[in-house]
Design a protein around this ligand. Structure first.
Ligand SMILES: NC(=O)c1ccc[n+]([C@@H]2O[C@H](COP(=O)([O-])OP(=O)(O)OC[C@H]3O[C@@H](n4cnc5c(N)ncnc54)[C@H](OP(=O)(O)O)[C@@H]3O)[C@@H](O)[C@H]2O)c1
Length: 283
């Protein structure tokens, strides 16, 4: 069973381990060569309880959203939590509205659960983008507003432009191999009730290499894994979601990887082991 956590201050609970889709359906261009496999991966993730699916209009230039749309057909809508993002070149008011319509079309949905600014832009005033997001919210096209790759300062500014709702999540890179957000964003989000969605929680696959290596962290992951009867990778993911305001969206395609990632939830590291791994990874 995947542990669920309250999203922002919404009171709604979503799975602490979801599914990322970057590079399903291509990089910056569509790639249709493995569609069947990718659709199957998304369905397997849902069956395993990873019903939070993260995608973006940029992924495969829209094809990742099409794959998600195909994969979720037949599942009860309210059991899914579909998150997507608007690319920084589309942050003017009208472009945000158009981008969202485009994403809804490709996903085959009437609304998305979470709509995020993918990256901040220095060209478009943030106020303008936030007003467009709030319009989509009021029109029922998006249930929640989020941001991605925002500093605490920018997140605070984004929130100040909203009047009827709040930013529920900030999607940022976070893993045992990249802990830079702990410097300021962590405390801000904990205090303000903003969920941190950890992207690249497996450091894009580097955690798996680390877990096999003879580094201090590699050895520590194996040692803790033995103690809990889990795999080193499950320990690494469980470490990422240790705090109650942090969730993660590892990307995986094979059933083996998906099952392993789902098994990273439903249990908790003891504080002493969490701190041990934190210490070792900071060395
Ligand atoms: N907002 C942003 O700017 C941003 C930036 C980057 C990523 N993201 C989101 O975050 C998601 C996750 O990040 P990510 O894709 O960069 O990296 P990640 O989830 O840290 O790592 C994905 C890599 O790890 C492998 N993997 C997955 N599970 C595994 C397991 N159990 N054992 C061994 N290897 C495993 C995957 O292989 P297979 O695919 O072969 O299974 C893939 O190569 C993305 O897909 C995307 O949705 C957002």
């Amino acid at each position: 069973m995947i542990t669920r956590k309250v999203l922002g201050k919404t009171g709604e609970k979503i799975p602490e381990i979801g599914l990322g889709t970057w590079r399903m359906g291509g990089g910056s261009k569509p790639d249709r060569s493995r569609d069947k496999e990718w659709i199957e991966a998304i369905r397997t993730a849902i069956e395993l309880g990873m019903t939070h699916i993260d995608t973006a209009e940029m992924y495969g230039a829209g094809h990742a959203e099409e794959l998600v749309g195909e994969a979720i057909k037949g599942y009860p809508r309210e059991e899914l939590f579909i998150a997507t993002k608007v690319w920084p070149t589309n942050l003017r008011y009208d472009s945000v509205i158009r981008s969202c319509e485009g994403s809804l079309g490709r996903l085959g949905l009437k609304y998305v659960d979470l709509y995020m600014i993918h990256w901040p832009s220095e060209e478009v005033p943030l106020r303008e983008t936030m007003k467009a997001l709030e319009k989509l919210y009021k029109d029922g096209k998006i249930r929640y507003i989020g941001v991605s790759n925002f500093s605490a300062e920018l997140l605070e500014e984004a929130r100040s432009y909203l009047s009827v709702t709040d930013v529920v999540a900030n999607q940022v890179e976070y893993s045992l191999l990249n802990r830079s957000i702990e410097r300021d964003l962590f405390d801000y989000c904990r205090r303000e009730g903003v969920t941190i969605t950890a992207y690249s929680p497996l450091a894009k696959g580097r955690i798996a290499t680390e877990a096999r290596s003879e580094t201090r962290l590699g050895r520590a992951l194996r040692e803790v894994a033995r103690k809990y009867g889990k795999t080193p990778l499950q320990v690494a993911l469980n470490w990422v979601v240790y705090q109650d305001f942090v969730i993660a969206i590892p990307k995986a395609v094979s059933r083996e990887h998906l099952e392993e990632n789902a098994g990273a939830s439903g249990w908790r590291l003891d504080t002493s082991d969490y701190e041990y791994l934190s210490r070792v990874s900071a060395e």
